[in-house]
Design a binder for this molecule. Structure first.
Ligand SMILES: *Cc1c(COP(=O)(O)O)cnc(C)c1O
Length: 355
């Protein structure tokens, strides 16, 4: 293992042997009689569900590595990228002693995963007055010697902007040899900024998160990926649950990945709707600012109404949005859903003005 990685990984994980699950020696061949895993000889439902799944489906890994333009050994498979975030914390952060660095505002799961592991959370505030831009020097200045993970999110949830490839490379260079930079590209398909997934094996301290939950329309399936150097993938595989993806999930993910063209069409639709919705929202009395977004959501600043109150009022009109004080975040839906949002906003606006 690379010396820097040996220094950064938790000693407990470095020293452990991974659990050797029943199928870890490879998929069984047809005529073998399987008496090694205390399974039932009969399936409770159709589809060989009496058998444990492969611990890491070779077929799905192959499909994902082709999709994300990396090698199969660069792929960590998780129940959503949320599981990958959890595994990164478990691999790299000691309770109390380690910290992670996150952007503020950004995705809340980084903080929760750190809290569960007992790691501290350091924040770099993204300034609204600077268009929520990530400034390399500030990220570096906010870190400490005990910082093990630096979470970047591009496009960032909830601010919507992408981080340039140059900025990510500069952050990686600044933390080379001492911390892992986690680039969360959950919304990458909606952005024009190229993915850094193909570089995750090459830039040693970069790992990239991708998911089938957003552009692929499969949030209910729970499939996420961490693209990383093979040594980091192997460490993450040590700390995850023995059979992360269920058999039906593996089959459905493979089926979905064959329909890439359909996914791309949906992304084109959402991007067009994003621009249309953004213009409509900007024309509303209640809306002060609509921030530019490279993702499938829009961040708003309101006037007159506090955002929790606004979200409650929109909900009573049948439209559910997310209050992220002091902002409101709305997902870009189908055209008719977006029109409903605009109509609901207008009703709320009239009620507020009538007071
Ligand atoms: C939605 C989202 C995810 C996706 O998580 P999954 O566990 O893959 O569903 C990851 N990161 C960010 C920033 C998100 O907004």
């Amino acid at each position: 293992m690379k010396p820097w990685l040996e220094r950064v990984v938790r000693p407990a994980v470095l020293g452990m042997k991974p659990y050797g699950s029943a199928r870890s020696l490879g998929a069984p061949v047809e005529e073998e009689i399987l008496l090694d895993a205390n399974e039932s000889p009969w399936s409770g439902l159709d589809g060989s569900l009496n058998r444990y799944p492969e611990p890491k489906s070779e077929k799905l890994v192959a499909a994902l590595s082709s999709l994300y333009a990396c090698a199969p050994e660069n792929i960590f498979l998780g129940r959503g990228s949320d599981e990958a975030i959890d595994c990164l914390l478990r691999c790299f952060c000691e309770s109390v002693q380690s910290t992670v660095l996150t952007l503020a505002p950004s995705y809340g799961v980084y903080d929760i995963a750190a809290e569960i592991q007992g790691a501290g959370v350091l924040k770099v505030t993204l300034e609204e007055s600077e268009g929520f831009e990530v400034v390399v020097e500030r990220v570096v200045a906010a870190a400490k010697d005990d910082t093990r993970l630096v979470f970047l999110c591009s496009p960032n949830n909830p601010t919507g902007g992408s981080i340039s490839v140059e900025t990510v490379r500069a952050v990686c260079a600044a933390f080379a040899g001492r911390a892992v930079v986690v680039l969360d590209e959950a919304y990458g398909e909606f952005s024009d900024t190229p993915s850094l997934g193909p570089e995750a094996g090459t830039i040693e301290n970069l790992v990239v998160l991708r998911t089938l939950s957003k552009a692929w329309g499969l949030a209910g399936l729970r499939v996420g990926v961490c693209i990383a150097g093979p040594e980091i993938v192997e460490l993450m595989d040590r700390v995850r649950a023995p059979y992360p993806l269920a058999r039906p999930v593996l089959a459905l993910a493979l089926e979905a990945l064959e329909k890439r063209g359909e996914m791309e069409q949906r992304v084109t639709l959402i991007r067009a709707e994003r621009e249309r919705l953004s213009a409509l929202l900007a024309g509303l009395d209640l809306v002060e600012i609509v921030y530019a977004s490279d993702a499938n959501f829009l961040l708003l600043r309101l006037r007159e109404l506090e955002v929790v109150d606004a979200a409650a009022r929109l909900r009573s009109e049948g439209v559910v949005v997310r209050a992220k004080s002091p902002y409101l975040r709305v997902s870009v839906g189908a055209q008719i859903e977006n029109d409903r949002l605009i109509a609901a906003f207008k009703k709320v606006g009239e009620a507020v003005c009538a007071k």
